[in-house]
Design a protein around this ligand. Structure first.
Ligand code: ZN
Ligand code: ZN
Length: 317
C-alpha cells in the first residue's frame, strides 16, 4: 500500500485555497516528498505529518512553482530540525537550479547541517526498498529533463490458507518459509513446496505520478493498469490551444490518458485559478468517471485496484 497526501494543488501561483505543488508518498517507514513549491513547509506542518523522516525529495522539473519551497525547508532544517541526511532526486536541469538555490542563496558557502546529496536521475530505477521500487520516466514539458515517477510494489504470490490446511501444514515458521519461496520438510517427512500452497503471482500496487506535462502519447505504457495516476490538469478543453502552447495538460487530456492506459483511479492536480473545480471535475469525469480533483491536505490510501480517500486532514488539526 502507498499513502499519498497532497500539500499543494495549485498551478503556477497559490490561490486562497490551494498551495503550490507538493505531495508526499509514504510506504512503510519511507516518505518521498514530490516537488516542493513555495510554502510547502507550512503545509507539511498544517497537515500534522511534520518533518520526521522527510529526507527524500523527488523533483519533477525545475520550474519555480515546484522547487522554491526547498529553500525555506532547508533554512528550517538548518535552524530547528534535526535531519541526518537530505537526498534530492531530479533531472539535470532541475538539479542545476536547485543547486543554485540551495548552495548559492541559502548556504552561500556554509556547510549544510546534514549530508545533502543531489542525485541526478535518468530513465529507470532510482530507488529500491525491500518490497517496492521507484522508477523515473521522461515526460515532455517546457525545458529539458522533466520526469515522472512510478512507485511499484513487488509482485507477490498470495498464501492460500485453505490449501495449507488441506495439506496439514501447521501455522508458524513453515508457513513463513514457504511464503519466502522455500521448500519445507515437515516433522512427518513430507516435503511441501511453495507451488503447493501459493496462488498465482499478483502484481503489486502501482502509483504513477506525473507533474507538468504537455503530451501523453508516450505515457500509456508506463501508466498501464496503474492503481492510481496523479497528473496535472492546468487547463480545460476550451483552452486546449493555450495548454499546447505552454506544454500543459487539459482535464480531458488527463482523463483520456487514464482511459487509454486502463488505470483504476485518476487524481488530478495543478489546478488553475481560472476555473471552477467542479468544471474541471466534470470535464474529466465525462471521459473517465473514476476521477478526483485533489485538494490540499487530501489523503489517499492506494492498494491493488483501490484508491480510498481516508480523511481530509484539516489545516491546524
Ligand atoms: Zn507547474
Ligand atoms: Zn512546469
Amino acid at each position: 500500500m502507498f499513502e499519498l497526501v497532497f500539500f499543494g494543488t495549485s498551478a503556477s501561483a497559490p490561490s486562497i485555497h490551494r498551495g503550490l505543488s507538493s505531495q508526499v508518498v509514504m510506504h512503510d517507514e519511507y516518505r518521498f516528498l514530490i516537488d516542493c513549491g513555495e510554502g510547502t513547509q507550512r503545509q507539511i506542518l498544517q497537515s500534522g505529518l511534520g518533518f520526521k523522516r522527510l529526507n527524500r525529495i523527488l523533483i519533477t522539473h525545475g520550474h519555480l512553482d515546484h522547487i522554491l519551497g526547498l529553500a525555506g525547508l532547508l533554512s528550517t532544517f538548518m535552524r530547528w530540525e534535526t535531519i541526518e541526511d537530505l537526498q534530492i532526486y531530479g533531472g539535470k536541469w532541475a538539479l542545476d537550479r536547485v543547486r543554485d538555490l540551495l548552495f548559492g542563496v541559502v548556504l552561500r558557502g556554509a556547510t549544510p547541517p546534514m549530508l545533502l546529496t543531489l542525485h541526478e536521475i535518468s530513465t529507470g530505477m532510482i530507488f529500491k526498498g525491500d518490497d517496492f521500487q521507484i522508477s523515473a520516466f521522461p515526460v515532455w514539458h517546457r525545458g529539458p529533463d522533466c520526469y515522472g515517477y512510478l512507485f511499484e510494489e513487488k509482485s507477490r504470490r498470495p498464501f492460500l490458507p485453505e490449501k495449507a490446511d488441506t495439506l496439514g501444514l501447521p501455522p508458524g515458521p513453515w508457513r513463513r518459509d514457504i511464503v519466502n519461496g522455500q521448500q519445507v520438510t515437515l516433522p512427518d517427512g513430507r516435503i511441501i513446496s511453495p507451488d503447493d500452497v501459493l496462488g498465482p503471482e499478483r502484481p503489486g500496487t502501482r502509483l504513477v505520478h506525473i507533474g507538468d506535462v504537455g503530451r501523453t502519447d508516450d505515457l500509456a505504457d508506463i501508466c498501464r493498469d496503474a492503481d492510481a495516476l496523479v497528473i496535472e490538469s492546468t487547463y480545460l478543453d476550451e483552452e486546449a490551444e493555450m495548454a499546447r502552447q505552454f506544454a500543459h495538460m487539459t482535464a480531458r487530456g488527463a482523463a483520456e490518458l487514464a482511459a487509454r492506459a486502463g488505470v483504476k483511479n485518476l487524481l488530478i492536480t495543478h489546478i488553475s485559478r481560472r476555473y471552477r473545480e467542479r468544471d474541471v471535475l466534470a470535464e474529466a469525469r465525462s471521459i473517465f468517471p473514476n476521477t478526483v480533483v485533489a485538494r490540499d491536505f487530501d489523503m489517499f490510501q492506494i492498494r491493488r485496484d483501490e484508491c480510498v480517500r481516508i480523511e481530509k486532514l484539516e489545516p491546524g488539526s
